[in-house]
Design a protein around this ligand. Structure first.
Ligand SMILES: Cc1ncc(COP(=O)(O)O)c(C=O)c1O
Length: 308
């Protein structure tokens, strides 16, 4: 089953309003086993920790996650036989909590505050206390070099091979920064002139120096600049409003048949902005991090996740 992580398709987007004349491609990371791009990083962090002896048989895996990394780690905990504890804000869609528990993991929910960064800091404090206990491996995705490495060694080369020609820009949202920085490094080695563009929510625009409140683009915009974020790789930052992210995610379903989550909307919205700036010069590549099926409770909660 672990062989169903990585090797995802690169899809050309042809029907979205405004993408005519652009060579716009999206890496379908929602198709990984475990349901998101984070399966790649969870597998890399766990395999590296097992190989180096930091994670031994039966040890508990601990992580702070707004959801997808937690789901992926819980899946690997089930495969490899480790207990898993995930510390998570309580305002993320409940599907993520249910999935973690379904894989046998334990979730510790932390009350969301008015500033998303403060919520995460509270999650980190709780995790530090738990990490002091024996037989516990705290994965630390926001600073773990395996997170960037796996994207530099797998996602990046896959994209370069699949695009089949020069790539003008790579555009991706920043949660830990692993996807953007890892793929960005691989891309710049192959195409030194390629632009690497970060995406962040308009109301948690730390990379652009803006104020931080809350937002609904779960998985990006955590309210602080992660240690893995390497400014020397990034050429530009685009901010995206929640409405634009959700409207574009809806259009990806109705126009392209891609049932993907809100940050896929953020990424594609930003990629089209870059496409308009660059004109027809080369391909623009972005990422679809997870599936809309992970957010269906937002529909029943009354939030607008459709194109209308
Ligand atoms: C839905 C979603 N989008 C985007 C990202 C950002 O990925 P990265 O952590 O590689 O920056 C994540 C990360 O958790 C995510 O869950």
């Amino acid at each position: 089953m672990l062989s169903a992580i990585g090797g995802t398709p690169l899809v050309r987007l042809r029907n979205l309003e405004g993408c005519a004349g652009m060579a716009l491609f999206a890496k379908a990371e929602h198709l990984n086993a475990g349901g998101s791009v984070k399966s790649r990083t969870a597998l890399a962090m766990i395999d590296d920790a097992r190989n180096s002896g930091k994670l031994r048989a039966g040890d508990t895996i601990l992580e702070v996650s707004s959801g997808n990394e937690g789901v992926a780690l819980a899946m690997l905990g089930a495969v490899y036989g480790h207990p898993v504890i995930i510390v998570m804000p309580n305002d993320v869609p409940w599907e993520r909590r249910v999935l973690i528990e379904r894989y046998g993991g334990r979730v510790i929910l932390v009350p969301a505050q008015a500033n998303v960064g403060h919520t995460l800091q509270q999650c980190f404090s709780i995790a530090e206390e738990l990490a002091a206990k024996p037989r516990c491996y705290y994965a630390r995705q926001f600073e773990n070099p395996s997170n960037v490495r796996v994207h530099e060694e797998t996602t990046g080369p896959e994209v370069i091979r699949q695009a089949g020609g020069e790539i003008a820009a790579f555009v991706a949202g920043v949660g830990t920064g692993g996807t953007l920085i890892g793929v960005g490094r691989a891309l710049k080695r192959r195409y030194p002139r390629a632009m690497v563009v970060a995406v962040e929510p308009a109301t948690a625009a730390v990379l652009s120096g803006g104020p931080v409140t809350t937002h609904r683009q779960f998985g990006i915009g955590e309210g602080f600049i992660p240690a893995l974020y390497d400014r020397t790789v990034v050429d530009d930052v685009v901010t995206v409003a929640d409405e634009d992210a959700y409207r574009t995610a809806g259009a990806l379903a109705t126009e392209e048949g891609l049932m993907v989550g809100p940050t896929s909307g953020s990424n594609v919205f930003a990629a089209m902005e870059i496409g308009r700036r660059l004109g027809s010069e080369g391909a623009i590549v972005t990422v679809l991090p997870d599936s809309a099926e992970r957010y269906l409770s937002l529909v029943t909660d009354g939030a607008n996740v459709t194109a209308s």
